[in-house]
Every structure is written in C-alpha cells, then in structure tokens.
Write a protein that binds this ligand. Structure first.
Ligand code: NI
Length: 167
C-alpha cells in the first residue's frame, strides 16, 4: 500500500499516462469490439476505467469532479479519452490538496471490508493495469496499433530497428 502521497503522485502520473496512451489510440468503430457477445466491449472496458476512478475513491469520502458509476456509455472514443484525462488529473489534484500521508492510514468501507486509503490507491492502480491488459487484446482484434506498456509491442520492435522475437 502507499504510505506517502509523494509515492502515489509519482506512480499515478506514470500509470495514468500509460492508460491515457491506450485510450488515445481507440477509434469510435473499435469501441464495439468484444471477445464474445457475452463480454464487455472495448468501449465498455475503456469507460469502466474512467468511471471506476470516482466509483472507488468516492467510497473514501474524497470528492472530485469525474463521471459517476452510472454515467451512460459514450459512443465517442475521443470523449472517453478526454474524460479520462480530466478525471485522472482531478483525482490527483484532490489527493494532493486534501490528503496528507496520515490520510493514507485511515480506514474506510470498501465493498464490505475495511481498507486503509493507501491500500485503496494500490488497488486503484492494479485495477487499471488489469483492464489495460484486456484492452490491448481487444485492440489487436480491432486492428488498432498497440502502444508498448511494460515491454515493447509488436510495432515497437520495428521502431527500434529490430526484428520482433519469433512467435
Ligand atoms: Ni473492473
């Protein structure tokens, strides 16, 4: 769990930038891509990443301007990407202004359990990483280029002037 605001700020700036890089590639047409008709579409996973910021952190009592859990699914990829940009920076600003390191030790009810706020922030980051991984698969299926995240994507090898490893 995070024990200092500074550590969270550094992690969030990096992680929200990586999520933004994924969202910025989406097209309106790609939003309907799904593994099966029973699963979330790429657009729904992307929008879930936006709305989960407020959904999770409002449970701690933190107040910031971001789309709520029940906000309707947009049909514009640009709107989703812009909404994430605003929501992730509003979240960071609220934490920087309203919380101190000791706030991270306070406990709040999270889904029926008592979590320290510093642990909630860790789950917030892991939750993004989890869904980013799902999105990159759907992006491939939709024919979109995929940015490298914690390692080069297929496109990155040629950018680096190297052959991709054999599949
Ligand atoms: Ni989720």
């Amino acid at each position: 769990m995070f024990t200092t605001i500074k550590a969270f700020e550094e992690t969030w700036q990096r992680e929200s930038g990586l999520t933004q890089a994924i969202l910025d590639v989406l097209t309106d047409q790609s939003l309907s891509q799904a593994v099966t008709s029973q699963n979330r579409t790429l657009g729904r996973v992307a929008w879930h990443l936006v709305t989960s910021l407020h959904e999770m952190l409002s449970r701690t009592g933190l107040d910031f301007d971001a789309p709520h859990h029940d906000a309707p699914l947009p049909d514009s990829a640009e709107f989703i990407a812009q909404s994430y940009k605003k929501a992730s920076s509003a979240l960071l600003q609220a934490i920087s202004e309203k919380w101190t390191d000791s706030s991270l030790q306070e406990k709040n009810d999270m889904y029926g359990e008592q979590w320290r706020n510093g642990a909630t922030l860790t789950v917030l980051v892991y939750h993004q990483i989890h869904h980013r991984g799902q999105m990159t698969v759907l992006m491939r299926q939709a024919g979109l280029p995929v940015p490298g995240i914690y390692g080069p994507s297929l496109e990155d090898w040629s950018t680096m002037g190297m052959e991709p490893p054999e599949i």
